[in-house]
Design a protein around this ligand. Structure first.
Ligand SMILES: Cc1ncc(COP(=O)(O)O)c(C=O)c1O
Length: 365
């Protein structure tokens, strides 16, 4: 049986009657922007994460630009960011007027550490963006101890947990994406900013609404970027199921381990103490493209998400001169995402593992 890379449909199927009813409800209420569904979702998301505030915006990329501006980042400032992430993490920085400064990551966890961040700090560093990549959770407290505000890009880590709280509640502020394939996805584009700092929340709320509180006085040159009522209403139906879906992701990861996948490829390593809700299940193999070909032969989905890391992308050339990131380059070459979803079964995990056995057992150490 083919095994798809992800399955966004099966988990939401039991919720379809509630989803369809909500669509009708919102349309009949005729409030589509900045209404009661968004207000309720913001409260529910903040409560789930353990933050004081959540602010719904148009997508995860806007969330980063807006929150950096709300943190006071602007021209002349630098923001440290990993290169091994989705391009948007860095792309969202230049619109604030600041420069992205790329740092390396830990090769086993895919996340930045206080050591990799320290190497990129300068007197102009205004903030550090940690990316909780693939659902793993970067060590926010250790990085904050370096004396810089930490912004969490939590786009891929909704539902992960740590002893200090959930991603989204660990730094000065955080951002989420509700892109449909995310752990908590909507049915289009969507995003959120979370923080427990009232001043940051206040500025972020204005920035998403043309820099205004009331559409009469415009205090800032802002943006037009809101999570709409339909998406907010539908996210309210899905949020109560997030933890269960994340348990399913963790069970799938355990099934890969039980099936012996670790004998063939290096498995993702949770940051110590954390319980990642694997958004993507990314293994490492010295011949990652051969592994992908073997999986394709068996109709198993796989994808190398970041073969060209962000600092090597053409648009990032102005910010990448002289940047050397050995762990990032190695990961870019060796990583491969294999099937992961809340409903990936033990049988499917075993099938993927058997298909992977076709490549040499010359795994990474
Ligand atoms: C790590 C990371 N940051 C930022 C984003 C941007 O989110 P969006 O696509 O909602 O703009 C994404 C996802 O697409 C992401 O994976």
């Amino acid at each position: 049986m083919p095994v798809p890379l992800f399955d966004t449909r099966t988990p939401v199927e039991p919720l379809l009657p509630a989803i369809e009813a909500k669509v009708g409800e919102v349309i009949r209420a005729s409030r589509f922007i900045l209404g009661p569904e968004l207000e309720a979702f913001e409260r529910e998301l903040a409560d789930y994460l353990g933050t004081q505030h959540a602010i719904g915006v148009g997508n995860g990329t806007d969330a980063i630009t807006l929150v950096l501006r709300a943190l006071g980042v602007g021209p002349g400032d630098e923001v440290v960011v990993p290169s091994f992430t989705f391009y948007a993490s860095a792309e969202a920085i230049p619109p604030t007027g600041a420069r992205p400064v790329f740092c390396d990551v830990d090769p086993e966890t895919f996340c930045v550490t206080s050591e990799t961040v320290r190497a990129a700090l300068t007197p102009r560093t205004k903030a550090v963006m940690v990316v909780h990549l693939f659902g793993n959770v970067a060590p926010v407290a250790e990085i904050e101890a370096l004396g810089v505000p930490v912004l969490e890009d939590a786009a891929q880590s909704a539902g992960s947990t740590t002893p200090d709280g959930r991603p989204g509640a660990l730094g000065s502020a955080a951002t989420f994406s509700f892109f449909p394939s995310k752990n908590l996805g909507c049915f289009g584009d969507g995003g959120a900013i979370t923080t427990s700092d009232g001043a940051i929340a206040d500025r972020a709320r204005m920035l998403r609404f043309h820099g205004s509180r009331d559409k009469e006085t415009f205090e800032l040159v802002g943006h037009n970027s809101r999570l709409d009522e339909l998406q907010a209403g539908l996210l309210r139906i899905m949020l109560p199921h997030l933890d269960l879906w994340c348990d399913g992701r963790r069970a799938a990861a355990a099934a890969y381990e039980e099936a012996g996948l670790g004998e063939i490829a290096a498995l993702p390593v949770p940051f110590p103490g954390t319980r990642p809700a694997w958004h993507l299940y990314v293994v490492r193999h010295p011949e990652a493209d051969e592994l992908a070909a073997a999986l394709k032969e068996a109709e198993v989905g796989s994808k190398a998400y970041y073969r060209v890391p962000t600092h090597r992308q053409p648009a990032m050339r102005p910010y990448a001169e002289g940047v050397e990131l050995p762990a990032t380059d190695e990961l870019a070459r060796t990583h491969l995402a294999i099937p992961m979803s809340p409903v990936l079964s033990r049988e499917q995990a075993a099938e993927v593992t058997e298909a992977a056995r076709a490549v040499s057992a010359n795994r990474m150490r």
